[in-house]
Structures are given as C-alpha cells and as structure tokens.
Design a binder for this molecule. Sequence first.
Ligand SMILES: Cc1cc2nc3c(=O)[nH]c(=O)nc-3n(C[C@H](O)[C@H](O)[C@H](O)COP(=O)(O)OP(=O)(O)OC[C@H]3O[C@@H](n4cnc5c(N)ncnc54)[C@H](O)[C@@H]3O)c2cc1C
Length: 486
Amino acid sequence: MALMTGDDYRRSLNDGREVYIDGEKVKNVAEHPSFKPIVDVRARMYDLNHMAEYKDQLTTTLEDGELICRAYKTPKTKEDLSGIRKYVETVLDDLGGVVYRVGDETIGEMWSLFDAQDKLNEIDPTYAKNIAYHIDRVAREDLFHVSANTDPKGDRSKLFSGKEGGTLLHVVEENDRGIVVKGAKFETAAAYAHQAFVKPTILDWGAGEESMAPFACGFIADMGSPGLKHICRTSLGTNRNEKDYPISTKFEEIDTLLIFDNVLIPWENVLFHRSLESAAYIRSTLHRYSAFNYVLRILRRADYLLGTALLNVEQTGLTKLQAVKEKISELINYREGINAHLTAAVANAEVSAGGLMMPNQSLLYTGRVFALSNFPAMAHLTRELVGGQLAVTPDSDTMVDPAISKYIDRYYSVSEWNADERAKLLYFARDLLNSSYAGHRTTFELFAQSPPFAQQMAVFNNFDPEAQREMVRKAADLKSGQTITN
Ligand SMILES: Cc1cc2nc3c(=O)[nH]c(=O)nc-3n(C[C@H](O)[C@H](O)[C@H](O)COP(=O)(O)OP(=O)(O)OC[C@H]3O[C@@H](n4cnc5c(N)ncnc54)[C@H](O)[C@@H]3O)c2cc1C
C-alpha cells in the first residue's frame, strides 16, 4: 500500500499471465523485446513519483494522508483538474514523447461510474460500494488500470436489433463466488497493465431487450486472471535502429485481443450486471473525465508537429518566405485551438451528479473533435513543410560509411547544421509522420476513445442548444418550437 517503484511494477507483471506475440508465448513480459521499451516507460513513470523534484507535480495525498499518484485522485475542484494537466505535462516532458494508455487516461472511466452511485444503489447497493472501493484501491495500490470496451463484433447488422448479442462478451454463469464471463475485447496495454474496467461496447442499449441482459455487465478484470489470454499484435518498434526510429523504438504501445475464456470475476469486482440501464449510462458518460487526459496528448502531438516543421524550415532558410510563415501559423492556430479548449474546459468546469469536478463537457468534447479531425491535415502540412527528404534520406548506418560520408557531408549539411544533426531531425520527422508506427498512431487516435461518429454524438448530447433556439424564436417572432429537446 504505497507508491510502486519501477522495479515493483516490473515484478508485478510476473503473475502467470498468458501472453502471446509473434507466434510465441511470452515468459517474462518485462524483459521481452516487444514489451520492454514500453514497460520501461511505465516503470520510469513509477520511479518519477519518488523523485523529490517532482513531488508536488506528480503526487498528492488522500484525506487520511496516504501518498498517491496525483493522476489517481478524484477531482473535486478546478485545482484538481489543473493538477491533472500538470501531471500529464510533467510526465510527457520527462519522457520526451507521447504515450496515451499508461493509466491516468483510463482511470476517469471509473469516475464516470462513480457519478452514477444513486442509480447503482437503486439496482444493487453492493455495486455502488464496489466502484468506490476500486477507485480507492487503484490509488492506494498504485495500479496500472486500463480500459476494455470494444468487442470484435462480427456481423454489425445483427446487433442493431437490440435482441441479439452474438459473440459479445457476456455472463455464462453466476455462482457464490462471482460471475463467469466469456467473450473478447480489444485493449491497448492490457499485456503490461494490472487490471481493466471491462464494460459493454457501443450499442443502442436504451433500446435493448431482456435477451441482452447477460451482455450488460461491467467489472474489474485482473490481467493475470486464469482463463484470460492476451493475444498481441506485432510491435512496430522491435528490431529497429533507435537512431532511425527514435519514437517507435521507445513509445510503441502494444494492442491486445483479450480473450475471456470462462473467466471468474469475483463479486467484489462486479460493478453492474444484467443492467441495460447501467450499460446505456456508462456508454453515454464514459469519457467525461478521460477525454481531458486524451486531448492533452493530442496537444503534445501538435507541439511535436509544430516544432518539427519549424526547425526544418528554419534550418533550410524557408522562414524568410511569407507563404511558409502562413503555414506555420496554421499549425500554431491548431495547437492553440486545442490549448484553448482544454484551458476553458477547466475554467468552466462543472460539478457532476456524484459531486466530482468534471471538465466542461461541451468544451471538452468539441475540443476532442477539433483536435482529432484536424490532426491528419496538420500532419500533412508538417510533411509538406519538411519536404521530400523526409522520405528519401538514407538510414544512419549508410550515412556513416567512410566510403560515402564526404558526399553525405556535402549534401546534408545546411548552415550550422551538420549532416548528422540534419539526419536526426529527418528521422524524427519520419517516425512522427511516415513510419508504420506513425500510421498506427493515427488510427489509434481515430478510434481509441471511440470512433468519430460516437465522438460527434458526445458533442451533440453535451451541448444545450436552448439559448440558440430562443434567440431565433425571439428574432423571428416564432410561437412554435417550444417543446423540442435533444
Ligand atoms: C489502435 C487501436 C487501439 C484500440 N484500443 C482500444 C482499447 O484500448 N480499448 C477498447 O475498448 N477498444 C480499443 N480499440 C477499439 C476501438 O474502440 C474500436 O475500433 C472502435 O470503437 C470502433 O469499433 P470497430 O472497430 O468495431 O468498428 P465498427 O463498429 O465496425 O465501425 C466501423 C465504422 O462504421 C461506421 N459505423 C459503425 N456503427 C455506426 C453507427 N452506429 N453510426 C454511424 N456510423 C457507424 C463508422 O464509420 C465506424 O467508424 C482500439 C482500436 C484501435 C484501432
């Protein structure tokens, strides 16, 4: 019951979990070449919490004085939300890169369920007790908590009826120890995390029928549970040269297909069960806190786009051109647009039904859509400003070959930038924009906090348009349109 160290975390992964990658069953996740870089990043985050210089930014205390990671404290004031922002920024500054699924971004999904305590109490008071217990436990035991929402859904059209759950994760048995579940979920970071909040996928749960009840369950799953199998996709950073791929060799977050093969979930880990209402509730509120941490990462990605474009046009003398300055301004507008949404979401934060402090929901969700929908265009603009050398530059081993180095020096040195420095910037730009890892990141950002249509629904459902209706009613002297609601 204390802050973990990096080594505590590495050891904790050796819990008998069943992990598969590249046709191999993994013996030791922390030491396996596909997982080691990202486990080292997460371990570094644990170690940072023990460093005196980071104490204020990265840690805080519970009411009884227990020292915890700041990211795990339920926000009750605007200062708490600013503290979360400071936490994310400090960690990313230290790491020198962007990682998303490292615990702070996913913890907020439990806070969303905490907000529904009254509803859970109506269904079964033990569920409200369980969610409060797990929020406290993650903080006190410093657990790496992730999120499992999406099943491999099969034929989507069959799911629309609200009668047929197909292969979606569901309860197959209830006994005195708990529920037994069967199904599968996609889950980034599961293989090197401690636990996940498993919950129903996106469906019209409000229209769901009684036959869907076994599918309407939410629980905490221990990532080392017997019967749980982690089937991981190939790492895009393994066996790459660190100099040529400075981002993917350090920050590759591995996605897992998690198979629940009749996994027993003890009653104390069950957060709701046979509750279509709870399924509908959690789907509509899931990201009310966690989108903040998510968009903070996109802000950092925008910073890297801007910095990369700027250093490149400065080194090649292109900043003298008005047209190039305008393109840099577009990147600045983008960066500051995200920053404005995040800043205003805290300044205009709202108290939730459960008494927590939520970032302003409309500003947060519109900020998420703004950041994600503009990212591809901003990446493309950066690609354009870096120029074709991004794609044609030889790799570092070739560049240092004595037989050709004089040519490299002649054609790659620019003003005070020698060839090595110039190549380093180009390799960084390639890994940010063009590598397999970069492509994967773009897809991750598109989907990892629900697909674009669901993000637009969050915008629609969290903006109160009554003021706009009233303005038009008044300006156009209308008597109709009084009863429309979202
Ligand atoms: C890299 C990566 C990491 C991921 N990590 C996680 C994770 O950690 N945890 C997790 O739970 N999930 C994770 N996911 C899964 C992700 O949440 C899903 O991909 C996403 O929810 C979309 O589901 P789907 O892939 O089944 O697409 P589908 O449901 O098949 O949808 C595909 C497309 O069809 C259209 N569509 C489908 N339904 C509708 C509708 N009702 N209205 C309008 N259009 C619709 C949309 O264009 C949608 O994008 C990850 C995905 C990726 C790519």
